[in-house]
Design a protein around this ligand. Structure first.
Ligand code: AMP
Length: 282
């Protein structure tokens, strides 16, 4: 595995790969890798001949008072895991390499980024889309894989790719969970053992709502109420949002119909945790 710290090194390493006509797969991350990230590597590797991963904690997507300064990292471990999981090129740029000067360009995918995390983290998706667009232009992959864990991000990236004619495919891979149902996240490392226990409530709330839908419930408000009551049982949980939205535009709905998303963001201790589930309702 090659490790590159500069854009020039990435471009140089990829010249012969492209000349050989090899299909390049790409998985962007912020590092502190876990089995969720590794599952994305597997998806990309299965369908590509050359796998590029990036580790970059992107300051542009963090708001004031968020955890940019404390975001967890362990580059040595990440490099080892990447190599073991078939990464060919690991791109780890310093901030100055990605942002030699403050960018004047802003990428805005409307509607899709206005609800859910977009509403509670103003500017977050502008930062995500900017860095992803830059990384796509640097790596020029044929396929990029994102996790359903961050569904709003994946859908916004997919729409940007479509609207701006980036020549690549976006694939969304399922959320990887611990055996107790908690979605893997680098931010779970902020949780104390007791908070980690309480974090099971997010997936439990989604499960409870799912069961209600299976037994015929179609009123979104009823599902939100049920999920809220599950989260309220957790002493240190602070709800950011609990929402039922359509899978197409992520707009809040009143009545479930077609493909819908149940999504929530909950603060437990120092961690802001998110989770979601997609349902097909007829
Ligand atoms: P991050 O490093 O948190 O920015 O995540 C990098 C990529 O990994 C994003 O596409 C995430 O959606 C994805 N990801 C994070 N957690 C999980 C998970 N538990 N299961 C699947 N994908 C994940």
């Amino acid at each position: 595995m090659k490790i590159a710290n500069s854009i020039a090194e990435v471009r140089k390493a990829l010249v012969p790969v492209r000349q050989d006509g090899r299909r390049i797969g790409f998985v962007p991350t912020m590092g502190y890798l876990h089995a969720g990230h590794l599952s994305l590597f597997d998806v990309a590797r299965d369908d590509c001949d050359y796998l590029v991963t990036s580790i970059f904690v992107n300051p542009a997507q963090f708001g004031k008072g968020e955890d940019y300064r404390n975001y967890p990292g362990d580059l040595e471990r990440d490099a080892r895991l990447s190599e073991e999981h078939g990464v060919d090129l690991l791109f780890v740029p310093p901030v100055e390499e990605m942002y030699p000067e403050p960018p004047l360009t802003q990428i805005d995918v409307r509607e899709l980024t206005e609800s859910l995390c977009g509403a509670s983290r103003p500017g977050h998706f502008n930062g995500v889309l900017l860095v992803v667009a830059k990384l796509f232009n640097i790596v020029q992959p044929a396929l990029a894989v994102f996790g359903q864990k961050d569904l709003q991000q994946a859908l916004a990236v997919r729409r940007m790719v479509k609207d701006l004619n980036f020549p690549l495919e976006i694939r969304i891979a399922p959320t990887v969970r611990d055996p107790d149902g908690v979605a893997l996240s680098s931010r779970n490392s902020y949780l104390s053992p007791s908070e980690r226990e309480q974090a099971t409530a997010l997936n439990q709330a989604l499960q409870r709502a799912r069961e209600l839908v299976e037994s015929g419930e179609r009123r979104a408000a009823r599902l939100v109420e049920e999920m809220r009551s599950v989260i309220r049982e957790v002493p240190s949980a602070e709800i950011d949002y609990i929402a039922v939205v359509d899978a197409d535009r992520l707009r809040e709905i009143e009545t479930l119909n077609g493909q819908v998303v149940l999504a929530l963001a909950v603060r437990i201790g120092k961690a802001r945790l998110i989770d979601n589930t997609v349902l097909q309702v007829n």
